[in-house]
Design a protein around this ligand. Sequence first.
Ligand SMILES: [Fe+2]
Ligand SMILES: [Fe+2]
Length: 163
Amino acid sequence: MRLDKKVYDLLNKQMNREFQASNTYLQMGAWAEDQDLTGCAKFLYKHAEEEKEHMRKIFDYILERSRQPKLGEIPSPKTNYKDVKELFDIVYKEEKDVTDSIHKITHEVWEQKDLTTFSFLQWFIDEQREEEALAVEIVGKIKIIGTQGQGVYMIDEFVGSKA
Ligand SMILES: [Fe+2]
Ligand SMILES: [Fe+2]
């Protein structure tokens, strides 16, 4: 059955948002690599790829439900960060916002009794749980280790081990 227009708009917006997240993480990876934070860069590049896969999942789903996905304009990501703490605070906030947004769409399709999309979104709900938990872990470690002296090196090792 063809996707309801409101659900289509929500999914299309989410698809573009995943693409935006991918670009943001790719840019963050470039910043990290530039700072010789190779562990962080590895983690962020991998994450950027994953976000692109999320985008593609929604893209394919919209097509399957007889509508055309519309790629929108993507604002340029920030290129400069104070330190790794600022970087991962932003990652955590981004993931929390995405979780909120996925939950809102899930509520809407539940209201509409669109159980097919409801089922499709379960994967994203689980994925967000994992991504948020990972971001919380990294932000927590940065808090413990601190960004002074060799702290940055330890953080980079830790984040790299999560890639
Ligand atoms: Fe995502
Ligand atoms: Fe994510």
